[in-house]
Design a protein around this ligand. Structure first.
Ligand code: SF4
Length: 286
């Protein structure tokens, strides 16, 4: 039996999922949010909710801060305020767009909130990271070229498109993300590949580096964390599709044995040092 997912399957799958998302808007006081996240000062999330529906989504806990009864991934609120971003406040600060949504999710094409915010940020003196899984980011290359300090961060944790379509059903394909990196690089934009989350037995960091190194200035790494509803989703997925991995996942996420990640991150460190790869690890270790 041929298990390959065709392009038409992927398109139908995305259309089906996108049509299930409830759209709304929400008033906010400010697009800027001060954060306690290490290495950052402010975050900007132009939307509440994320229609990318990654099975492992760590941001699902945000559902409880919304007015929606729908599950995470099934609603999107467009953030609205007339308040402009205070450029003085973020001078020389680290600002990330975004942490709990994809700023280039499929609704950005329609609402353009991310683009509107970038237009405000064009003359800022902040250090800006923009994190996405979408090729739509190339739409804003004209703005990135005018910005003083911007890094575009493409999140890639898989190399197999079939597996990607199961775990990250609504984001750009791996091939499209690599094309995106290529285009950004050709336009002189600093690029980062965020190999995150590292999913046990699925993420091949060496292969990702091999596939992207010509167009990437820096790599970031983080591990898969599993909590609340998405832990159940990932466990069900493993149980149904990869039953042989059940014990490993149970060891890591139920018995809290982080040996697997300790070993992987040591290897990443050695590999990057040996190959003179500029990298940052967000794994704190055991
Ligand atoms: S892109 Fe990020 S925020 Fe959106 S569903 Fe995937 S993991 Fe969650």
């Amino acid at each position: 039996m041929n298990n390959k997912v065709s392009l038409i399957d992927i398109i139908l799958f995305r259309l089906y999922y996108i049509s299930m998302v409830v759209e709304d808007s929400t008033r906010v006081k400010d697009y800027l949010t001060k954060t306690k996240l290490e290495t950052l000062d402010y975050v900007i999330n132009p939307y509440v909710g994320c229609p990318n529906k990654c099975l492992y989504c760590y941001a699902a806990y945000m559902s409880s801060f919304s007015k929606h009864a729908e599950e995470w991934g099934e609603f999107i609120d467009v953030k609205r305020t007339s308040k402009k971003i205070n450029l003085y406040k973020i001078k020389n600060k680290k600002v990330m767009i975004s942490t709990v949504t994809d700023p280039y999710n499929s609704y950005e094409e329609k609402y353009g909130v991310t683009r509107m915010l970038l237009e405000q940020l064009v003359n800022s003196e902040a250090n800006i990271n923009i994190v996405t899984k979408s090729k739509l980011i190339t739409r804003d290359i004209d703005l990135f070229k005018q910005m003083k300090s911007v890094e575009v961060v493409l999140s890639i944790c898989l190399t197999d498109e079939d597996l990607k379509s199961k775990l990250e059903p609504c984001s750009s394909s791996i091939a499209e993300r690599i094309e995106t990196l290529k285009m950004l690089k050709a336009n002189g934009i600093k690029t980062v590949v965020f190999i995150s989350p590292i999913i046990p037995m699925f993420t091949d960091y060496r292969q990702i580096i091999e596939m992207t190194k010509e167009y990437t200035d820096e790599y970031w790494f983080d591990r898969l964390n599993l909590r609340s509803s998405f832990k159940t989703k990932m466990f069900n997925f493993i149980k149904q599709e990869y039953p042989l991995l059940k014990n490993l996942y149970s060891d890591i996420y139920e018995k809290k044995n982080l040996n697997f990640f300790d070993i992987i991150f040591k290897k990443i460190h050695t590999y990057c040092e040996k190959n003179q790869i500029v990298y940052k690890s967000f794994y704190a270790g055991t």
